[in-house]
Each structure stands twice: as structure tokens, then as C-alpha cells.
Design a binder for this molecule. Structure first.
Ligand code: GLA
Length: 387
């Protein structure tokens, strides 16, 4: 009885210390709690009966990447301008419902096949496969429900280079018409030199095709303040992949020499986008794949984007042979993104590191085939600085 009473008194005293303690201590406790909580994944809703979370990666300069395991989407990326002001440089939505309702792949992981496959058909070892057609007469970015619309298993990781998020997805045999069970792992790591590194690996149990990428739309003004026509782009490519009116490659690679596709020297996107050029007409602006000047194995500098007002510079390094540069030609102000900003015509650019479009039907393009026993592995880094 006595010990029960003592226990009761102790409990009252403990509660009183918590509730009536000095204000400063209380504040300290709250701050500590908030910090602890903000490192945890936040609830972001539900899809396919699975819990969806929002994860935060941070580095010592205050740079933050927010990533959800729905579609592996980078929902925001806070990087400094030349005065040190941290602002968001990617397009996206505030909530999961908007991503589910209508998103032109904002920030998402794309698979199994980034870019277009002509008429949704390809042949492997004499067997023809048919995919869902979701872009005019062609298949785009994996089909009706690509990797951008599935819930990935997610695990926050700590690496030597910085905080990371490991995402896993097992795509069943014949999902969206692609053969083989494909086990995919994508790792995002935010490093202390303000780089977001993305590593993609995949294995299959049957011969298949794979071409993974990320479809972030960048706008380096910070907070998406206007169009991207003043952004200066450099693409390390002597050639590009000409397309037909359905944006499918014709097969040959062409020199960028003397064309509006020559970005070997940094050039404003708006400088030549209005030129009378059949390729620009087909793309509705830039929506083409560049053949990167890769110097063998390993990472190559693919491109850079500089926004003069903010001073933000983004450099892209990749192991991939191609870069699809899309100048946001289908944005028309009808989608309202984060903070109520309507994303208008050419207010964001996508720079997708990948193999060339329609490679499964183009024998002269680098192969996108993956066999059992092999591991698909590609890496891309988006590095931010100012000048
Ligand atoms: C890709 C394509 C574009 C467009 C966007 C999404 O980048 O190449 O044509 O479909 O995705 O709107």
C-alpha cells in the first residue's frame, strides 16, 4: 500500500516537473522533439492499400531533398542561390492526391522504359511483346502504370557520402507487358558537395529490356518564378537523335553543327527555340535525345544549366549514353503545383539521362537488353553550386 502511495506521489511530482518546469526548459524540450520528429518519414497518404511516406535528406549546408516512396518522386529540392538563400528548384505538388490525379511525371522514377517505344511493340529472341500505348500511337515512360505510379519499399540509409534513401520495387513478370520479374533498386544520396546522386540497379529472371531514369522538372529561379527560356544550357554532345512527328527516332544520329541543337557552348534555351526548324516543330520545342560524348566507362559530364539571376548552376554527370532534354512544351498553366503556383508553358525543364528512345527497335543503338545473371547498373549525379 505504502509503496503504491510513494509511486503515486512520484508520478505526480514527475508530471509536475514536466508541466510546471521553467519555460526555457520546456522550449528546449519542444525544439529537441521537433528536430527528432522532422527526421522521421512523414505520412504522405496511401496508394494501392500501402502507406506512402515523405522522407527528408539533409546535408551540412542546409540543402534538403524531399522524396516520397510513391513513384520515388523528388517532391522538392532546396538549394542555395548566390546569396545563400535556399529555395526549391523542382516542380511538383504539395500532396499525394495531386500526383495521383494528374502529373506529367514530376520528379518521378521512370521505368521499365524511360522514353518512347514505337507503337508499343518490340521483339526479343523472335518473340513479339505488346505494351500499352499511352502517348499517341506509342508507349511512353513505362506504360499506363509505370514505376512513377507504384509504391516502393523505402529505407533511410546513412552512407560515407551523406544521407540516402534506398528504394526497392519488384515488377512482376509481364507487368505492363514487359517480360521477366524485374527486381529494381534505386538509391538517392545527398552529399556534402551539394550533389544528389542516383544509383539504379536491376536484375531479371527472363531476358527483358530496361531503361531507368528520373523525370525531375528543374527551374533554377527558385520557387518557380517564371519560364526557363533564360536558363543557359550546355550539353556535351556532338550529335542528337532526330525524330519523326510522333517523336520516334528515324534511326540515324545527326551532327548538332549549325543547328539549334548545338549546346556545346552554354546557350540560353530561348535563343533558338523559336527558329523555323522541322525538328523543333516535331518536338514542340526541345524534346530530343542528345548523344553524349562519353569518354569510355564511368561518369561523364553530360550537361550544365545556369540561371543568371539566382546564380544557380546545376551540373549533370552520368554513365548513360543519352540525355533527353525536354523544355516543358506541354505545360500550359492548367496544373497548379506547390504553393499554388500554376506551371505555365516552358516553366520547367527535364533532363533525363537514359538510353536513346525506341532502342529495342533500333539495332544500331546501344542495347537496352538485360539477361538473367546480369546486373543493370547506371548512375547519375545532379550537382548544385553558384557562380
Ligand atoms: C518526356 C517526353 C515529353 C513529354 C514529357 C511529359 O520528357 O519526352 O514528350 O511527354 O515526358 O509530359
Amino acid at each position: 500500500m505504502k509503496s503504491k502511495l510513494n509511486l503515486g506521489l512520484l508520478l505526480v511530482a514527475f508530471v509536475c516537473v514536466l508541466a510546471c518546469g521553467p519555460k526555457k526548459e520546456n522550449n528546449e524540450t519542444e525544439t529537441a522533439d521537433t528536430t527528432a520528429v522532422s527526421n522521421e518519414p512523414k505520412e504522405f497518404g496511401e496508394a494501392d492499400g500501402k502507406k506512402v511516406s515523405l522522407y527528408t535528406l539533409k546535408n551540412s549546408h542546409g540543402v534538403e531533398a524531399h522524396i516520397t516512396n510513391y513513384g520515388g518522386i523528388i517532391t522538392s529540392l532546396m538549394v542555395p542561390d548566390k546569396t545563400g538563400k535556399l529555395e526549391d528548384v523542382v516542380l511538383g505538388y504539395d500532396n499525394l492526391a495531386d500526383y495521383q490525379k494528374d502529373s506529367p511525371y514530376f520528379g518521378a522514377l521512370i521505368g521499365r522504359y524511360g522514353n518512347r517505344i514505337a507503337k508499343g511493340k518490340f521483339t526479343l529472341d523472335g518473340e513479339e511483346y505488346t505494351l500499352a500505348v499511352n502517348n499517341g500511337v506509342n508507349t511512353l515512360h513505362g506504360g499506363k502504370k509505370g514505376f512513377d505510379k507504384v509504391v516502393w519499399d523505402a529505407e533511410k540509409i546513412t552512407t560515407d557520402e551523406g544521407e540516402g534513401l534506398k528504394l526497392n520495387y519488384v515488377s512482376p513478370d509481364m507487368e505492363e507487358g514487359y517480360p521477366g520479374e524485374l527486381k529494381v533498386e534505386v538509391t538517392y544520396v545527398l552529399t556534402d558537395d551539394n550533389s544528389l546522386k542516383i544509383d539504379y540497379t536491376a536484375t531479371t529472371d527472363k531476358k527483358t529490356i530496361v531503361n531507368l531514369t528520373n523525370h525531375s522538372y528543374f527551374n533554377l529561379t527558385g520557387g518557380v518564378k517564371g519560364d526557363i527560356l533564360g536558363h543557359e544550357v550546355m550539353i556535351n554532345a556532338d550529335k542528337f537523335v532526330p525524330i519523326d512527328s510522333t517523336l520516334i527516332p528515324e534511326g540515324q544520329l545527326e551532327s548538332v553543327d549549325g543547328t539549334p541543337f548545338d549546346f556545346r557552348e552554354p546557350t540560353a534555351i530561348g535563343a533558338r527555340i523559336g527558329e523555323d526548324n522541322q525538328q523543333l516543330t516535331y518536338g514542340g520545342g526541345y524534346d530530343h535525345c542528345w548523344v553524349l560524348n562519353a569518354d569510355g566507362e564511368g561518369m561523364t559530364k553530360a550537361a550544365s544549366v545556369y540561371e543568371p539571376k539566382s546564380g544557380r548552376l546545376m551540373e549533370i554527370f552520368t554513365t548513360e549514353p543519352g540525355l533527353q532534354f525536354y523544355s516543358g512544351n506541354f505545360l500550359d498553366g492548367s496544373l497548379t503545383g506547390k504553393g499554388g503556383v500554376a506551371y505555365k508553358y516552358r516553366w520547367g525543364i527535364a533532363l533525363e539521362t537514359e538510353h536513346y528512345p525506341d532502342s529495342p527497335n533500333q539495332p544500331d543503338f546501344p542495347s537496352v537488353e538485360l539477361n538473367p545473371g546480369e546486373t543493370y547498373h547506371t548512375s547519375t549525379t545532379y550537382k548544385f553550386s553558384t557562380k
